[in-house]
Design a protein around this ligand. Structure first.
Ligand SMILES: Nc1ncnc2c1ncn2[C@@H]1O[C@H](COP(=O)(O)OP(=O)(O)OP(=O)(O)O)[C@@H](O)[C@H]1O
Length: 244
């Protein structure tokens, strides 16, 4: 009986530790981490004021806490939604794009990088990108390297904004992606790169960027931007990420 209850305690502690660790992993790399530190300081101050029995401060912090909690839920609604979606995702094989489509995307990315044509492409994985596709122009077109290059050509009508690939087709172009907050390690990047990081932070999409300025190819996943990639490296990364 004693053993059972200590085993239960151990399981309890393990589950709570896992929950905290998963919570931290979901938030790490997002702007919520900085706020989490602020909440930590608040809780610490509340603990100290409780310990020292500072009645006025205690009652003030006690009144702020529920309002603060509500404000946090409102401010971090996108992050909370992304976190809940991540928990609810089923581990099914991805349908973002077929091998041939990935080849076409990589080839187009390589050519656009050589010509320094700016480009932004999001490949849907498990999180639906419909709401972002709705901000642009619906296409539902077959993927081909020349088509992608034509879309992003400098004076083309749909070159501004991001392209979205769903189920191996170009579903939309000229879409607006959410911008990554300008704080943190990516603050020196321009809006195209921050839009790629922003979308990859809120969804599990693989987002590709060609820099118009540098002619570099980069890839964003999970709110992080890769180093410059060669065409071959991009192909390998895409194969890994889209067929994980
Ligand atoms: N929120 C957004 N969603 C989608 N595309 C965007 C968004 N914001 C900017 N862009 C695209 O990025 C272009 C501007 O890129 P900007 O030069 O500011 O960024 P950058 O990261 O420095 O990229 P580059 O290295 O190509 O210059 C816009 O013309 C537009 O096509």
């Amino acid at each position: 009986m004693l053993l059972t209850s200590s085993l239960k305690d151990l399981l309890d502690i393990l589950l709570v530790a896992t929950l905290f660790y998963q919570g931290y992993m979901l938030l790490s790399g997002t702007r919520a981490v900085n706020v989490l530190r602020g909440v930590g300081v608040f809780v610490l101050a509340w603990g100290v004021s409780n310990f020292l029995q500072l009645a006025a401060l205690n009652s003030l912090l006690g009144r702020i806490a529920p309002v603060g909690l509500f404000a946090l839920v409102v401010v971090f609604q996108p992050e909370l939604r992304a976190a809940l979606e991540q928990i609810g995702r089923t581990r099914v094989r991805d349908v973002g794009a077929s091998g041939a489509a990935l080849q076409d995307i990589s080839r187009a990315m390589e050519r656009m990088a050589e010509r320094k044509t700016g480009a932004l492409i999001a490949i849907e994985r498990r999180t639906p990108l419909g709401e972002y596709a709705a901000t642009g122009v619906k296409l539902d077109a077959q993927i081909s390297a020349p088509f992608i290059e034509a879309l992003f050509a400098r004076n083309a009508p749909l070159h501004d904004g991001g392209m979205i690939v769903q189920s191996g087709r170009v579903m939309a172009a000229a879409c607006l992606f959410p911008l990554q907050a300008s704080d943190g390690i990516y603050r020196r990047y321009g809006t195209r790169h921050r839009a790629a990081i922003g979308l990859s932070e809120l969804t599990d999409a693989v987002v590709l960027v060609v820099s118009e300025e540098r002619g570099s190819i980069r890839l964003a996943t999970g709110g992080r931007l890769s180093a410059d990639l060669t065409g071959a490296e991009l192909r390998d990364r895409l194969r890994e990420l889209v067929y994980e």
